[in-house]
Design a binder for this molecule. Structure first.
Ligand code: ZN
Length: 63
């Protein structure tokens, strides 16, 4: 069983800094905007949870 709330590491699509985001996988697949902790640009956080319980997170430019 995977953790429902997980700290995920990725790279900002704007400044390429390594950042961590806390993702609540219990909410299922979702997309939301979160500001980069380094450059404050709006990142789109795309959370995917498939029917097998596989969890993935990616970030993309939101603007
Ligand atoms: Zn950034």
């Amino acid at each position: 069983m995977s953790e429902l709330v997980s700290e995920e590491y990725c790279h900002c699509p704007f400044c390429a800094e390594a950042i961590s985001i806390v993702v609540d996988f219990s909410a299922g697949s979702q997309t939301y905007i979160e500001d980069c902790q380094v450059c404050c640009q709006p990142m789109g956080v795309v959370v995917d949870v498939d029917t097998d319980g596989y969890q993935s997170v990616r970030v993309e430019r939101a603007s």
